[in-house]
Design a protein around this ligand. Structure first.
Ligand code: SF4
Ligand code: SF4
Length: 350
């Protein structure tokens, strides 16, 4: 993906964050656990080089009601006085499928009509004006759980809604940071990159074809999993109390792009398969439908584990023999009266 940013050198910026998509606010809550950097570090400008940040997130804001909504309305009118990053949390419903007068989700009232202003209208107005648009969590990025088969809202991810050709005022496509919820530091690192780019201090953020930051989503869960050695030796868990590889009890790690096994959840602690929870593919565009039922063995898992079963037990046996040897000290380490290390003196003793 290559893009040209059109404006840099920003020294003050707003973050207009709506979680009024089909959302549980879980990504907002998750991000409060970040430390690399923390939200406080960003808002208090503890990170060198970033613009002064004005954060507008309903869960964290001091303002309520109309006071909270005022900067959103000003931004929609092109009257905010500084560039802004538009953060969208939650999937985007299809407001075109109503048979009546209702709406699926809204944020505040539309000053023109006095009626609830749909998230879709906010997106139509704010996304093209935003310096950058960031979709947080799998619902906003790809549709997520709310967009699963059988849902009544016809909801979708932000790029499904805005189109592949969308570019923000800063020249960027939607920046996707998936996860259900998002891993706290994954989001804050991405935000930090965008802030540094807006300040003219970073190149264009590198994104893959699914518009995810490449340094966060370039590897699979399996490639970072502490249990991968068990997998390679065909040593599998058959219940949820085992430290071994969980592919037979539902882990999708080998085919899922996510860094949580490497990174942990908060300060390196926690995670998913690395600490005993199967990976259900919550970062993936195909989530959840393509991974359900979660607690069944993935179809590819039985084939790869069958192939491994040919040499895995043999390799395990060989390693256990070598491990036993490596766990034994050499026999010349003793307090006896004779030196038995094989030492050859360079000059004869006199
Ligand atoms: S638990 Fe999952 S991610 Fe870890 S090694 Fe097994 S299959 Fe791979
Ligand atoms: S390891 Fe799997 S379940 Fe855990 S956050 Fe990553 S994609 Fe989601």
């Amino acid at each position: 993906m290559s893009t040209e940013a059109t404006e840099t050198g920003v020294d003050e910026i707003h973050i207009l964050w709506t979680s009024e998509g089909m959302s549980c606010d879980g990504d907002t809550v998750s991000v409060t656990a970040a430390s690399l950097p923390s939200i406080e570090d960003v808002v208090l400008q503890a990170v060198p080089g970033i613009p002064k940040v004005h954060l507008h997130n309903k869960v964290l804001a001091y303002e309520t009601g109309d006071d909270f909504l005022a900067p959103f309305h000003r931004a929609a009118q092109g009257d905010l006085g500084a560039p802004f990053i538009f953060v969208v949390e939650g999937s985007i419903p299809n407001e075109n499928i109503h048979t009546g007068d209702g709406y699926w989700t809204a944020m505040g009232n539309d000053p023109e009509t006095g009626k609830p202003k749909t998230l879709n209208k906010w997106i139509d107005e704010l996304a093209p004006k935003a310096w950058a648009v960031v979709a947080i969590g799998t619902c906003a990025t790809y549709g997520g759980i709310h967009a699963m088969a059988g849902n009544p809202t016809g909801c979708m991810g932000l790029v499904d809604y805005l189109g592949d050709d969308f570019r923000s005022a800063g020249g960027l496509p939607v920046v996707n940071v998936p996860g259900c919820p998002v891993q706290p530091d994954n989001f804050m690192e991405t935000l930090l990159w965008v802030l540094h780019q807006a300040a003219g201090l970073a190149p264009t953020i590198p994104l893959d074809e699914q518009l995810r930051p490449t340094w966060l989503f370039g590897k699979t869960v399996h490639e970072g999993c502490d249990r991968a050695a068990y997998y390679e030796q065909a040593d599998f868990a058959y219940d949820y109390n085992s430290p071994k590889c969980q592919v037979k009890i539902g882990c999708w790690g080998p085919v899922v792009n996510c860094n949580v096994t490497k990174r942990g959840w908060m300060d390196g602690i926690g995670g998913c398969p690395n600490v005993g929870g199967i990976c259900i593919g919550c970062t993936m565009p195909g989530f959840p439908d393509k991974f359900m039922p979660f607690m069944d063995e993935p179809p590819g898992g039985s084939l790869s584990s069958a192939l491994l079963s040919v040499y895995g037990p043999f390799v395990r046996r060989m390693r256990s023999i070598t491990n036993k040897s490596a766990n034994t000290e050499p026999q010349w380490r003793h307090p006896g009266p004779k030196l038995t290390t094989g030492y050859q003196p360079r000059y004869p003793r006199v």
